[in-house]
Design a protein around this ligand. Structure first.
Ligand code: 13P
Length: 243
């Protein structure tokens, strides 16, 4: 089971230290054997997350995940961050194609494919997000939309590299709405049938009340959590609720 805290553009340096102090003391680390926790802070906080993990000898339990990377390895791209830099900071995975990046930064499938390819070159795990918006869900063509997003991975089918998928229905992100368990299961099964070897996470308004039910579904390998991962008590309770 993989649980990722996607902090998005939240938390400054002090918030991070306060969060980590509380979170680390709340967690019973021995009980966590099959669970991998990934923290996905904004770029400038990555190094401090790494320091805290090292200081507390939690390298086997906590990984660092970046929220994005540029689609080139290096070059004249002012303000951007490449996988080469992330790799040198001990980052093990990168969230790629989050709907906020697709919608606000016009990320296309071509760009997303390049980013995945860069992650693979640097031996980092790409976490490919996919999911339909409300209109697509209502029109009933959501599986076609999802298929076109995940089909990017057909170019990597022959590559034996770990890739993780994350189903994040756009309408469930930050809205407090979640699909029913049957709706989640339908999508996960559909994608599992296409990529049986890949792990698929669910994300979108996961919280303490729904996490155990959603994460207990058969075809779910973990969760990608936004809002409910910002508070150490809430995030820690979610982790402790997972059976
Ligand atoms: P929320 O958990 O806040 O809905 O965000 C989900 C998400 O976008 C994680 O990547």
């Amino acid at each position: 089971m993989i649980i990722i805290a996607n902090w998005k553009m939240n938390k400054d340096f002090k918030d991070l230290e306060r969060f980590m102090d509380s979170f680390i003391s709340l967690q019973s680390w021995e009980a966590i054997s099959d669970l991998k926790i990934f923290f996905s802070p904004s770029f400038p906080l990555i190094n401090e997350v790494r320091n805290i993990i090292n200081y507390n000898s939690l390298n086997s339990k906590i990984r660092i995940c970046a929220q994005n990377c540029h689609h080139e390895i290096d070059g004249a791209f002012t303000g951007e961050v490449s996988v080469k830099v992330l790799d040198s900071l001990g980052v093990s995975s990168v969230i790629i194609g989050h709907s906020e990046r697709r919608n606000y930064f016009n990320e296309t499938n071509d760009i997303i494919e390049k980013k995945i390819s860069n992650c693979i070159k640097y031996d980092m795990i790409p976490i490919l997000c996919f999911g339909e918006n409300l209109n697509e869900r209502k029109k009933g063509n959501y599986l076609n939309v999802i298929e076109s997003q995940v089909n990017i991975l057909n170019s990597f089918k022959k590559i034996d590299h770990e890739i993780i998928l994350a189903y994040e229905p756009v309408w469930a992100i930050g809205s407090g709405l979640t699909p029913s368990l049957d709706e989640i299961n339908e999508v996960h099964l559909f994608v599992k049938n296409k990529f049986p070897k890949l792990k698929i996470l669910y994300g979108g308004s996961l919280n303490l009340n729904n996490a155990n039910d959603i994460l207990s579904l058969n075809n779910i390998d973990g969760g990608l959590i936004g809002g409910a991962s910002l508070d150490p008590y809430s995030f820690s309770s979610i982790i402790r609720s997972i059976k």
